[in-house]
Design a protein around this ligand. Structure first.
Ligand code: KG4
Ligand code: ZN
Length: 345
């Protein structure tokens, strides 16, 4: 599908509430972010070492209207200027998703605007359309977040072929679990990223798992166990552990596997562009490792700035725009789908 803009600008009000961020944004023509308001609950969940679903839902209810109002205000528009409402309806925490979906349906109904349900992962990928105005499919995309690790071919807007996925933990989940084990707390990704800068990435050789018969799939649970075993062993011997060295060595193992699989897939599928998306895509070692490999293999490399990597609504607005111009519309029976598959409608 070519990217044909109609004469008139298309303004999407987008809503995201799938996990622990209550977010709303106004996006013009899928590429221009007029506002991007994010109310993060991270501090609240840090107390418990991870996201507590019930608390997340309650906080979304408290914040959603305020966040939407702020997004409209910052964009300098009113609901009357909006052409369609885009909303994440899966995957994610069901109670959390329901808050955004209900708000979107209420606005669409009250203002008689089209409703476009968006897959959260399609949103993450689409953050790149805001960051890189000329980026167009086809490309290979590595999606690495707290809940997902996917290698996909984006053949066209909204058209995905999944070529690899994690068999167990997502990359971000592994970061979070290892961070907890070495006492860095939640959310682990940014903390490991920071600690690793002071550490030696070759201090320990943690395993790089390969999934038999599936060169593009990932597995991170063995790596996580190896780190935990290392810590237990050191504790038993009464030896001190080096948090920076463990962080750097663990991170290096994750980066190696992500880069290696991406390069293999790029070659096999004959692409010239690699795109990264999701919270872990803001990891500095992953960016550096992927950049280097892309240069060596003559591939163009794209990734969003950190604020567009982690959960936000602008990315949902970008995805909703491309779905909207393709004609995707949802009815008022749109429901939260916690395990929504990529490419499903
Ligand atoms: O995309 P995201 O905000 O939420 C999901 O859809 O899951 O990703 C959150 C995940 C968390 O696991 C967090 O630890 C990880 O992204 N993350 C990072 C970094 N920043 C966030 N992981 C590694 N390095 C980072 N700098
Ligand atoms: Zn996400």
């Amino acid at each position: 599908m070519s990217e044909v803009h109609s004469e008139k600008d298309v303004l999407i009000l987008a809503i995201e509430s799938s996990c622990d961020e209550t977010a709303a944004a106004v996006v013009k023509n899928g590429r221009d972010m007029l506002s991007n308001v994010i109310s993060s609950q991270i501090k609240l969940h840090t107390l418990y070492g991870g996201v507590v679903p019930e608390i997340a839902s309650r906080k979304h209810i408290e914040k959603i209207n305020q966040v939407i109002e702020e997004a409209l205000y910052e964009a300098g528009v009113t609901l009357d200027d909006i052409d369609a409402i885009g909303v994440t309806y899966g995957p994610g925490l069901v109670g959390a998703l329901l808050v955004g979906v209900s708000a979107a349906k209420a606005i669409a109904f009250a203002k008689n605007k089209p409703l476009v349900g968006v897959h959260h992962i399609e949103g993450h990928v689409s953050a790149n359309f805001i960051e890189h105005k000329d980026l167009k499919p086809p490309f290979l995309c590595l999606i690495v977040s707290g809940g997902h690790t996917h290698l996909v071919m984006m053949k066209d807007y909204g058209e995905f072929e999944i070529i690899g996925r994690t068999r167990d933990d997502a990359a971000g989940e592994a970061f979070d679990k290892v961070a907890r084990a070495i006492g860095l707390g939640y959310p682990g990704g940014p903390k490991i990223d920071k600690a690793a800068r002071e550490g030696n990435p070759h201090a320990m050789e943690f395993p790089r798992a390969h999934v038999a018969d599936s060169p593009y799939d990932f597995s991170f649970s063995g790596l996580k166990s190896a780190v935990l075993n290392y810590i237990n062993h050191a504790n038993m011997l009464g030896e001190e552990i080096s948090v920076p060295d463990i962080a750097a060595s663990f991170q290096n193992a994750v980066v190696d596997v992500l880069v290696e699989h991406s390069m293999l897939a790029a070659k096999e599928y004959g692409v010239d562009k690699i795109v990264m998306a999701g919270g872990v895509a803001s990891n500095s070692a992953l960016r550096a490792g992927m950049q280097k490999a892309c240069e060596e293999n003559n591939l163009e490399f794209y990734f969003p700035s950190p604020i567009l990597c982690t959960d936000n609504a602008a990315m949902i607005g970008a995805a909703a725009y491309f779905e909207y111009i393709k004609g995707t519309r949802h009815g008022f029976d749109l429901n939260a789908v916690p395990n929504l598959k990529l490419g499903e409608r």
